[in-house]
Design a protein around this ligand. Structure first.
Ligand SMILES: [Zn+2]
Length: 79
């Protein structure tokens, strides 16, 4: 997943990661260059670009799998 601010800076910190009721992945992050919070979202379809479809199915059934999925993206959830 590519996270980048409008200014082109990579985010300094991931603030929050969650899923919408539609199953989209939402990431809030902080850009220190702009001093503002930004967010990006990925639909389930977009998420399957990052993980094999079978893993995406497993992630929907298991919160443990969700955590592993996020860690595979380099995101530590709930920390
Ligand atoms: Zn920025």
């Amino acid at each position: 997943m590519q996270l980048a601010c409008y200014c082109g800076q990579a985010p300094e910190r991931i603030l929050e990661v969650g899923f919408t009721s539609e199953g989209s992945l939402v990431v809030h992050y902080w850009c220190s260059a702009c001093s503002r919070v930004l967010f990006t979202s990925l639909t389930q379809e977009e998420c399957t670009h990052f993980v094999p479809p079978v893993d995406a199915e497993a992630a929907k059934r298991s919160s443990d799998a969700d955590t592993e999925f996020l860690q595979s993206l380099g995101i530590a959830a709930g920390e």
